[in-house]
Design a protein around this ligand. Structure first.
Ligand SMILES: Cc1ncc(COP(=O)(O)O)c(C=O)c1O
Length: 497
């Protein structure tokens, strides 16, 4: 940012010029690639839910698919080869994007990040003496790993978050990773992989929270590995606006969903796995595409010995080449520029939220997690609106009113119940008591927990966002809720979190 002069100082006018250039670049991008937002009168504030498809990417995809012949890649015909070559190219593009050495990492295409997590969960050799450690801040697609762990008798430990920023409690994380999973005397010393070279379990955590936007330290990867853990890094919310350098950090399993990065295609994610960790997985079945040799009558099969062993059936061979194009697109825009653009807009949003007050001076919003930039956080902001009496406004009111204003945002717990529980300060004992009751509905659950709403409001920004979107949201909140107690009559019952 800003060129340094001979004394090493960056001149203010250079910084201002760069910021103005960046604004121009993203304003031009908005008009050219995301024109459908303004043409349709939309304010899109759910980039953590899904990135938006650039027009040029979708047009180029259609040209590619209709300009050549692409067949099922499991063969050697010209049509098959054309698909196979593009799949190889996409694997190479993913590795280059993450600065990942092909000798160290394999790329497995999956339907989404969830599909990648499931591959790990169902095949990771957890057993009675191993552990699954997870911070409370995790998407349900990571939380779900605990069911595989539980079924195999492994210990599951959740690491709490610290208020007010809702970052991982570092002391508790260190303590959790230091626990010997085997009986005393049998566990490996820190820094060693254990007597048989087997890891003692998994640490699974997000590089960036999809609830608060907090970025958790990537240094946990090496710390956990030094204690004999394999690491699952959920990078789904991180990689859309951050560079992830797998030459520097070496998680054993990294999961992503590509539609979150460049909007198109949907239905394609990836598991980027370290080859030694991949070799530890034990697939519970085989399927078309995953085997090298098989006999029906002899009931015998040999799994493929590379990434093909994990790609069940026919992969999405028409869409996966769009990942190559999407990565080239984001590199042309510049991942660092996207990062800076989103950071600047997030700063603007947080500063604006701090100024929102009722006329008696009481706050109009409560932000969960870090409420300032300058700390490791991304462009996802969770909050609740407070009415004139200081009570949380029901999230169904917010979605009703924002929808009427053409604003697309998210409400609820965003599939991240742990971060929500920490944000709302719910004591574990009360949660356990509620879980023991046979509750008929989410409404009953909320009543038992004394919760005024079923979650928060999430606003998230991306490369298509402009300062005007932030202003639209701030003025929507001011106009609709300042000095008011909104009408909650006629709200539909909640169906789920
Ligand atoms: C942090 C995080 N992890 C995992 C997922 C799951 O992604 P998908 O639904 O694409 O599998 C999401 C989706 O929002 C997410 O934000």
């Amino acid at each position: 940012m800003g060129r340094a002069d001979t004394t090493g100082h960056v001149r203010d006018e250079d910084v201002r010029e760069e910021a103005a250039d960046a604004l121009d670049l993203f304003a031009e991008l908005r008009a050219r690639e995301f024109g459908y937002l303004d043409e349709g009168g939309h304010t899109y504030l759910d980039h953590t839910g899904a990135g938006l498809p650039p027009r040029s990417l979708v047009a180029a995809s259609a040209r590619r698919v209709t300009g050549g012949l692409f067949g099922n890649p499991h063969s050697d015909s010209p049509a098959s080869r054309a698909s196979g070559d593009l799949l190889d190219e996409a694997r190479g593009a993913v590795l280059r994007h993450f600065n990942a050495d092909p000798a160290e990492y394999a790329v497995i295409f999956t339907p989404n990040a969830t599909g990648a997590l499931r591959l790990v969960g169902e095949a990771y050799p957890l057993g009675r003496r191993s552990r699954l450690v997870m911070p409370l801040d995790n998407h349900n697609s990571v939380n779900g790993l605990r069911e595989y762990a539980r079924a195999r008798g492994a210990t599951v430990e959740y690491v709490p978050l610290r208020a007010p920023d809702l970052r991982i409690d570092e002391d508790r994380m260190r303590a959790a990773l230091a626990v010997r999973a085997r009986r005393p005397g049998l566990g490996p010393a820190p820094g060693r992989r254990g007597a048989a070279g087997r890891p003692r379990g998994l640490l699974a955590y997000p590089a960036q929270s999809n609830f608060t936007g907090v970025q958790h330290p990537l240094d946990w990867i090496a710390t956990a590995q030094a204690h004999g853990y394999d690491v699952v890094l959920d990078a789904a919310a991180y990689v859309p606006t951050n560079r992830l350098d797998l030459g520097r950090h070496h998680p054993d399993f990294t999961v992503v969903s590509w539609y979150k990065v460049f909007g198109h295609p949907t239905g394609v994610g990836a598991l980027i796995a370290r080859r030694p960790a991949l070799a530890r997985l034990r697939r519970p079945w085989f399927s078309g595409g995953t085997i090298y040799a098989v006999s029906a009558q002899a009931r015998w099969h040999v799994l493929a010995d590379d990434e093909a062993a994990f790609e069940d059936g026919t992969v999405n061979f028409l869409a996966i080449p769009d990942v190559t194009a999407g990565l080239a697109w984001i590199e042309r825009v510049g991942m660092d520029r996207v990062h800076d653009h989103v950071a600047a807009l997030t700063g603007r949003l947080l500063a604006g939220l701090r100024t929102l007050r009722h006329s008696d001076g009481s706050p109009l919003v409560r932000v969960y997690g870090p409420d300032r930039t300058g700390t490791p956080r991304g462009g996802t902001v969770a909050l609740n609106v407070l009415d004139a009496g200081g009570r949380v406004v029901d999230e169904r009111v917010i979605i009703r009113d924002s929808a009427a204003s053409g604003i697309s945002l998210r409400t609820g717990c965003f599939c991240n119940p742990g971060a929500g529980e920490a944000a709302f300060g719910l004591p574990p004992r009360r949660l356990r008591r509620a879980a023991r009751r046979r509750l008929g509905s989410l409404e009953e659950y909320l009543k038992l927990l004394h919760l005024p709403s079923a979650g928060a409001v999430r606003v998230s920004l991306g490369p298509a966002s402009q300062p005007g979107d932030v202003e639209t949201f701030l003025s929507f909140v001011r106009r609709t809720y300042r000095d008011r107690v909104p009408d909650v009559a006629g709200l539909a019952p909640r169906l789920g979190c």
